[in-house]
Design a protein around this ligand. Structure first.
Ligand SMILES: Cc1cc2nc3c(=O)[nH]c(=O)nc-3n(C[C@H](O)[C@H](O)[C@H](O)COP(=O)(O)OP(=O)(O)OC[C@H]3O[C@@H](n4cnc5c(N)ncnc54)[C@H](O)[C@@H]3O)c2cc1C
Length: 486
């Protein structure tokens, strides 16, 4: 018998599993697909306070998210990196004084410690203005962070498992029967299994309603709405490491982020959504909209055919009655139903605030099962980077050393890719076995190379799958862009 059974292997489910296991609870987590296969790998990948939320007056959410940004930077410095965002002042949308005021509040609200403050930029004369349309004269630059969202989920799950949680992927919860305890019927690739637990957590994100109706047989939920957001990935629009946040005429914001070295990630849209979120993808209209926004702000012309990859995610939000999708609060709500065996349901949430959500979830049930004190605020490092016990400086040095080794490896992989095309993998094996040096021409494949020389970044990623894991999710560009160089 488990203390806690969690359904959903996204950031919220794995975060709760990790917090609970560390507080001494017996935990089972089931995920129907792979970890982070839902919304938690389809986010904009920002660890941020949400600058836009300030004009809605969501100060509590922004403050909490900004202070979590600092905690997350300490927790997983290899996955979460600081990023500077360029915000051009858009004539006729929000006046420059309003942006300046917003950034002042943003800088001071959440106890910013390690990130540099906002500054004004003269876009007409600064290189950061070069990729933008000529009309921009003024702008600002501020700090937030970029994260590898799906790796964060995977490492959180690994850490939960190290602390004793049982994590079962490819395991769908198909029935949950409520009595003095929960009896769960699980389906792992056609094989049935049963588990029982004192408390059930519904952390199924956008599947929340479907789970309540079809699995629990009890559709009684707080008012909920589903919102879909789409992103596109295109060959890079600019050559530096800053990101852009541009304002649209309908007062929304769209991000253009440097992504996987050679690409720019552009998102997101906001659309009401209904139905099953499995396999959700951007529509042609959404892709065209994001291209139009990019074309309205950047000099480089973008066409839907330039899109090398696109993805969409759906979030389940507590419905506060707002008319427009972008006005609905992104805050999370935890609802505990104790009619019989307790059921905790998670609404909304952000990657940024998952650790806080997880600790609060355990606090909500601590009176039912005996849970130890909260521990994650002081935790440093997750699973693969177990920095526990290290000081901040030593941790940073360890991460830097790791990155250097990785950079050498990536450089070698690229060299192999460029020199040997699709023979790179075999060549790598030969180099590992010590038969050949890594550089130098490969006599046997000169002819083949002529045909396959144009090795794109994503092909290198295929050659080197360990480094560029599934979680980067950059797909191979279409055949059109892989044509033979003349
Ligand atoms: C477009 C978009 C952009 C976003 N950008 C950001 C951002 O930049 N920064 C930020 O902080 N937040 C962002 N968010 C918010 C954040 O991504 C989500 O709040 C978060 O990922 C939700 O995580 P979750 O664990 O609740 O849901 P999910 O990640 O969707 O996980 C739910 C899991 O439950 C599983 N499941 C469902 N039913 C069953 C079942 N019967 N049995 C077993 N498993 C089941 C699913 O397979 C799924 O993996 C964004 C959200 C969206 C939609």
């Amino acid at each position: 018998m488990f203390d806690l059974a969690i359904v959903g292997g996204g950031i919220n489910g794995t975060g709760i599993a990790r917090a609970a296991a560390g507080r001494g609870l017996r935990v089972l987590l089931v995920e129907q697909n792979d970890l982070a296969s839902g919304t938690s790998s389809a986010s904009t990948k920002l660890i941020h306070g949400g600058l836009r939320y300030l004009e809605h007056g969501w100060l509590r959410l922004v403050r909490e998210a900004l202070s979590e940004r600092e905690v997350m930077l300490r927790m997983a410095p290899h996955l979460i990196r600081p990023m500077r965002f360029v915000l051009p002042a858009e004539p006729g949308v929000r006046p420059a004084w309003m942006l300046r005021l917003g950034l002042f509040v943003y800088d001071h609200l959440g106890g910013r410690q390690s990130l540099p403050p906002a500054r004004a930029i003269d876009l007409a004369n600064d290189l950061l203005g070069a990729p933008l349309k000529q009309r921009y004269e003024r702008g600002f630059e501020y700090s937030d962070c970029f994260a590898d969202d799906s790796r964060l989920v995977v490492l959180t799950a690994l850490d939960a498992a190290e602390r004793g949680a049982v994590i079962r992927t490819r395991t769908r919860c198909i029935r949950a029967e409520r009595g003095a305890a929960w009896r769960l019927v699980l389906d792992r690739r056609g094989r049935r299994d049963v588990a029982s637990a004192h408390i059930l957590v519904n952390a199924t994100g956008p599947w929340l309603k479907l789970f309540a109706t079809n699995v629990l047989g009890d559709g009684a939920l707080l008012p909920t709405r589903l919102d879909k957001g789409s992103h596109i990935v295109v060959p890079r629009l600019f050559d530096h490491d800053r990101a852009y946040i541009v304002q649209t005429r309908d007062r929304r914001v769209v991000f253009a982020l440097p992504f996987e070295r050679d690409f720019t990630l552009i998102g997101t849209t906001d659309q009401a959504f209904a139905g099953d979120p499995s396999g959700v993808a951007p529509t042609a209209d959404e892709i065209a909209y994001l291209c139009d926004v990019a074309n309205a702000h950047f000099r480089k012309r973008l066409h839907p055919a330039d899109v090398v990859w696109s993805f969409a995610g759906v979030r389940a939000l507590y419905d506060d009655g707002s008319k427009r999708a972008q006005d609905v609060s992104r805050d999370y709500v935890l609802s505990l139903d104790q009619r019989e065996a307790p059921l905790l349901t998670v609404y909304g949430g952000k990657i940024t605030t998952y650790r806080r959500l997880a600790e609060q979830a355990i606090d909500r049930i601590a009176h039912i099962v005996k849970a130890g004190p909260a521990w994650t605020p002081h935790s440093c490092g997750v699973a693969l980077f177990d920095g526990a016990g290290m000081g901040a400086d030593r941790r940073r040095r360890a991460v830097a050393a790791h990155e250097t080794r990785l950079a050498v490896f990536v450089h070698r992989a690229r060299t192999l890719g460029k020199r040997h095309g699709c023979h790179g993998r075999g060549r790598m094996r030969e180099c590992r076995a010590g038969h050949r040096p890594i550089s130098g021409p490969c006599d046997t494949c000169i002819d083949h190379r002529r045909r396959t020389l144009l090795v794109t970044a994503s092909q290198v990623k295929r050659i080197c799958p360990i480094t560029f894991s599934r979680s980067t999710r950059v797909r191979r560009p279409r055949a059109r862009s892989c044509s033979m160089p003349r």
